[in-house]
Design a binder for this molecule. Structure first.
Ligand code: PLP
Length: 365
């Protein structure tokens, strides 16, 4: 069996030991005589799986007391709607726009409020092509905002909010961390709500993680459907209805794998080494490869880059594929290439890519 080096932005590569364990437990989970996909979500086996997954996640992220952890469905895109439905309460919200995903979040929130509240753009880097973050001192904030929304890693544009970026203090911070959650330690207490679709850095698609501070629960209007109401889902331990059981189980195995790697501080060192190696290759290529994002906010997880001669794109993609390096084609809104190097991508995979890129540049320049 030949496994490729998979640079997909999502659904993305999973750690191989996790896949092997899933294969091992597929027909008979821990002597239950059945696999996890076939189990009742109310049974004691699956209840144990969810409780362990939540405990491991809380430990990894250092989630303080006073926060609920929810395992929901619908993806991060559903959260673009669900968050204003739950938190706006007829008021207003501030949105920072630093790439395609935060722009979509703002647009969807505006659609949801439609007259019963207001959702505003507090700052945007779109005019400059989403290559930098705005000066936090110059945001246009509404002192009465119910929350401030941002995307802390823009998957398409490769812009990551560094930990020392001064977040506003006028309102609870709501962060879309879909594509870099668990890639580095994070101070959860800075946030009112953190959310992430699973298929980048957590597990299979189908489960969406929401970490929400208790005081933000219970603000949804009575017309909000119960499956969409965070307070109702929290009250039922994310099991008002059938949860995405298999995705939660695999996510739980990923959490255990992360703990075995030494937790988030350890995986951060690997992630920094991977990103440094790749950006150094791009920057040392005399313009053959180019990443235009400001150095301070270059993403460690998603590295978009272009070739100076776009006519070479097809050859680059064909030759990388032949070398077992796949899913490097850039997003259509950015063009060029993108290497997503989430937790499951080992340093060796990035070394193989960088060696290829250096050889390719030498041959074609
Ligand atoms: C992938 C992604 C989304 C959308 O996730 P879905 O699960 O497809 O809805 C939203 N935000 C960010 C930052 C993403 O990377």
């Amino acid at each position: 069996m030949a496994r490729v080096w998979n640079f997909s932005a999502g659904p993305a590569a999973l750690p191989q030991p996790v896949l092997e364990q899933v294969r091992e437990e597929m027909l008979d989970w821990h002597g239950a005589g059945m696999g996890v996909m076939e189990m009742s979500h109310r049974g004691k086996e699956f209840t144990g799986i969810v409780e362990q997954a939540e405990a491991d996640l809380r430990e990894l992220l250092g989630v303080p007391a006073g926060y609920k952890v929810l395992f929901l469905q619908g993806g991060a895109t559903q959260q673009f709607a669900q968050i204003p439905m739950n938190l706006l309460a007829g008021g207003s919200a501030d949105y920072l726009v630093t790439g395609s995903w935060s722009k979509k979040a703002l647009k969807e929130a505006q659609r949801v409020v439609a007259g019963s509240g207001s959702v505003r753009c507090a700052g945007s880097t779109e005019g400059g092509g989403f290559l930098d973050l705005p000066d936090p001192a110059r945001l246009d904030l509404d002192p009465r905002a119910a929350y401030f929304h941002l995307c802390t890693n823009e998957t398409i544009h490769g812009v990551e909010v560094p930990p020392d970026y001064a977040l506003p203090t006028h309102a609870p911070i709501v962060a879309d961390m879909s594509s870099h959650i668990l890639s580095r330690p994070v101070d959860v207490s800075r946030y009112g709500l953190i959310y992430a679709g699973a298929q980048k850095n957590i597990g299979p698609s189908g489960v969406t993680l929401v970490i929400v501070r208790d005081d933000l629960l219970g603000r949804a209007a009575p017309s909000v459907p119960s499956v969409m109401d965070f307070a109702v889902m929290a009250e039922h331990g994310s099991m008002l209805n059938t949860p995405p059981t298999f995705a939660i189980y695999v996510a739980g195995l990923v959490f255990q794998w992360l703990k075995a790697q030494g937790g988030l501080a350890a995986i951060e060192r690997v992630n920094a080494a991977k990103a440094d190696l790749l950006y150094a290759c791009i920057d040392a290529s005399d313009g053959f490869y180019r990443n235009p994002v400001a150095a301070a906010c270059r993403s460690r997880m998603n590295v978009p880059f272009t070739l100076a001669d776009g006519a070479l794109d097809a050859a680059f993609l064909a030759e990388t594929k032949a070398a077992g390096l796949v899913s490097l084609k850039g997003h259509k809104s950015f063009g060029g290439m993108r290497a997503s190097i989430y937790n499951a991508m080992p340093l060796d995979g990035v070394r193989v890519l960088v060696d290829f890129m250096n050889d390719f540049a030498r041959c074609k320049a």
